[in-house]
Design a binder for this molecule. Structure first.
Ligand SMILES: *Cc1c(COP(=O)(O)O)cnc(C)c1O
Length: 363
């Protein structure tokens, strides 16, 4: 039986009637922009994270740009970002006028470390974009201790937390989320959010997402048209109460992979110290990752390498490319491979994936 890499529709099937009712409710109310569902979702999302403010925006990429702008990042500033991440983590920086400065990662956790950030800090560093890649939880406290504001890119880590129960997005100065359908909390299109405990930052974010205006008549700075729309907010509200259960299932699937002996064949993903990841992607390491990918595809098992070419090597990043060697990035880029993950995956499917990995006989 084929096992898909991920299946965002499966966990939503039991909620079908509720989701349709939520969409109908918006059609009946005929208020599509910044309506009651966006306000309610913002309150619920903030409460879930234990922070006073959550602000809905159009997507996870603009969430990062707006968070940086709210921090006062602009031309002449530098923003540190890992190169081993989804391209958007870095792409969001140049629109502020600042320079992206690429740092390395720990290839075991796939995460940026305090040492990696320290290595590239300069007096011009205005912020660090700390990516909670694949759902793992980056060491925000250690990086914040370097004295530079931390933007948490939690796009892949909604519902991930520290072992002492703090959710990603509530650890740094400001957190950014994506609700793209394949994320841990996905809507039916594009959507995003920004979380913060800082009242002034939240107010500036609210202004920036609406053209740099607080009252919608006077315009104080050049902003963005970047709002979470009412239909997506209604859909997200239905899902929000299921997020923790879905995330626990992602943790369970990770445990099943370990129990089923996957670690005998490949390098397992390593939770960071103090992290309780809700895996968005279950990414293993192997010296012959592409051969394994081919073998799994032949066996009907979904697999994918996401970032073979790290961000600093992408053509669009040429103006900001440095000669600095990023050995952890190179190793992760060459060896990573995502295996099936999701809240609807069964133990039998996990066993099937592990059997297919064993059958590939690459170890
Ligand atoms: C998905 C993603 C983003 C961008 O989110 P969009 O909603 O697609 O704009 C940013 N950073 C990371 C790490 C992501 O995975």
């Amino acid at each position: 039986m084929a096992v898909p890499l991920f299946d965002p529709a499966a966990p939503l099937a039991p909620l079908d009637a509720e989701l349709r009712a939520a969409v109908s409710g918006v059609l009946d109310a005929k208020q599509y922009i910044l309506g009651p569902n966006v306000t309610a979702f913002e309150e619920e999302f903030a409460a879930l994270h234990g922070v006073p403010h959550a602000v809905g925006v159009a997507n996870g990429t603009e969430a990062i740009t707006i968070a940086l702008r709210a921090l006062g990042v602009g031309p002449g500033d530098e923003v540190v970002v890992p190169s081993f991440t989804f391209y958007a983590s870095a792409e969001a920086i140049p629109p502020t006028g600042a320079t992206p400065v690429f740092c390395d990662i720990d290839p075991e956790t796939y995460l940026v470390t305090a040492d990696a950030v320290r290595a590239v800090l300069t007096p011009k560093t205005k912020a660090v974009v700390v990516v909670h890649l694949f759902g793992n939880v980056a060491p925000v406290d250690e990086i914040a201790a370097l004295g530079v504001p931390v933007v948490e890119d939690a796009a892949q880590a909604t519902g991930s937390k520290t072992t002492d129960g703090r959710l990603t997005g509530a650890l740094g100065t400001i957190g950014t989320f994506s609700f793209y359908p394949s994320k841990n909390l996905g809507c039916f299109g594009d959507g995003g959010a920004i979380t913060t405990s800082d009242d002034a930052l939240a107010e500036r974010v609210r202004s920036l997402r609406f053209h740099g205006s607080r009252d919608k008549v006077t315009y104080e700075e050049v902003g963005y048209n970047s709002r979470l729309d009412e239909l997506q907010a209604a859909v997200l509200r239905v899902q929000l109460s299921h997020l923790h259960a879905w995330c626990d299932r992602r943790r369970q699937v990770g445990s099943w992979y370990v129990e089923a002996g996957l670690g005998e064949h490949v390098d397992l993903p390593v939770p960071a110290v103090g992290a309780d990841p809700a895996w968005n992607l279950y990414v293993i390491g192997h010296d012959r990752a592409d051969a394994l990918h081919t073998a799994l595809t032949d066996a009907g098992i979904g697999a994918r390498s996401y970032y073979r070419q790290p961000v600093h090597e992408q053509v669009a990043m040429t103006p900001w490319r440095t000669d600095a060697s990023l050995p952890g990035t190179a190793r992760a880029a060459a060896r990573h491979l995502a295996l099936p993950m999701g809240p609807a995956l069964t133990r039998a499917q996990v066993d099937e994936v592990v059997a297919a990995v064993a059958d590939a006989r690459l170890d």
